[in-house]
Design a protein around this ligand. Structure first.
Ligand code: UT7
Length: 310
């Protein structure tokens, strides 16, 4: 039995904060942010919209797209480092709101790689035959742990949610291979105290190396070569990191998702948000080999090769 993505959905807050707006808050410039990161604007959730609200909105859309009712869900996994509160989990909060009575539910903490971890968690239960429908959400309200006085981090992040429903798919479709990893020795480079603390340069070096390596590894594990890859969806942290991964795969620029300019770095939500964007604009199509790759605090990383479609 192969597990694959059978429905997708996302939620992006309406409020847009541009680089020019950022210039009014910290000592920065539109030019610096655009050239160093690729970000032009980001979305920020209103005070009355918390992480669980965004997760719920994205989940509703993914269920609708999959043609699966909440009662059909066997499991809910929410990847986030910005839950409404330490417990109950965001997964339990949306289980109640969706009415997914029979689903077990838990949150998973793997920072920006969380969505990759979530997909691979869910895949196991489907492929061993225990469960049929698994909801995986990547969601962050990073604005609530952002130090708005620190220009090193404030300009980078945004809020949002992306969700997928995983289910059994036909033999030649679905998840082909994966790689998950962690290196706790790098924890000191990216963590939350009260706010996000980051050694940008160290994370940058790690990310450039790991994104390319993991992407190549999952292609090999799937028995494919670089030429077989139709589309790359990298974690949207910095355009220069994403470009390094694309070059490693020798892919033309039009075969890589680039949404960081509009949404900034939304951590665990960035890959599913980008997937929705690319499916909607027709750049990810049925039968395409898609490679997703992410990295984040922990340090953690994860990559997945998938043949798109049911
Ligand atoms: O999802 C995972 C989360 N994190 C990441 O992926 C981050 C990975 N790292 C990066 O994306 C980059 O390292 C940054 C975008 C964070 C920084 O870019 P950089 O090219 O590595 O810049 P830098 O850290 O080498 O800093 C260069 C200069 C510094 O000034 P000095 O010390 O050379 O005088 C910074 O203070 O740029 C300064 N700087 C800024 N200037 C204007 C840092 N932030 C800003 C800013 N506006 N917002």
């Amino acid at each position: 039995m192969n597990a694959g993505i059978i429905g997708i959905g996302r939620y992006l807050p309406e409020k847009i904060m541009t680089n020019l707006d950022m210039e009014k808050i910290v000592d920065t410039s539109d030019e610096w942010i655009r050239t160093r990161t690729g970000i032009e604007e980001r979305r920020l959730a209103e005070d009355n919209i918390d992480t669980s609200d965004m997760a719920y909105f994205a989940a509703q859309k993914a269920l609708e797209d999959a043609g699966v009712t909440a009662e059909d869900l066997d499991m809910i996994i929410v990847a986030t480092v910005t839950p409404d509160r330490p417990f109950p989990s965001v997964a339990c909060m949306i289980q109640e709101r969706l009415g997914a009575k029979k689903a077990c539910a838990y949150d998973l903490s793997a920072a920006c790689a969380g969505f990759m971890y979530g997909i691979i968690n869910g895949k196991q239960f489907i492929e061993n035959g225990d469960y049929k429908n698994v909801l995986v959400v990547g969601v962050e309200k990073l604005s609530k742990i952002t130090d708005w006085n620190d220009r090193n981090t404030a300009v980078l992040f945004g809020d949002g949610a992306g969700a997928v429903v995983l289910g059994p798919v036909s033999e030649n479709k679905g998840i082909l291979s994966f790689e998950l990893g962690a290196d706790g020795t790098g924890a000191k480079h990216l963590y939350q105290d009260e706010y996000i603390i980051m050694n940008g340069r160290e994370v940058f070096k790690f990310a450039v190396r790991q994104m390319g390596e993991s992407a190549v590894n999952v292609i090999e594990k799937a028995g494919l070569s670089k030429e077989d890859v139709d589309f790359l969806v990298p974690h949207q942290a910095n355009i220069r990191i994403m470009e390094a991964a694309r070059e490693r795969l020798e892919l033309p620029i039009e075969k890589m998702s680039m949404t960081i300019n509009k949404y900034g770095n939304t951590s665990a939500a960035s890959i599913p948000i980008s997937i929705v964007e690319e499916v909607e604009n027709g750049r990810i199509k049925d039968g395409d080999v898609v490679v997703m790759v992410g990295f984040g605090g922990g340090l953690t990383w994860g990559a997945i090769a998938i043949r798109w479609g049911k």
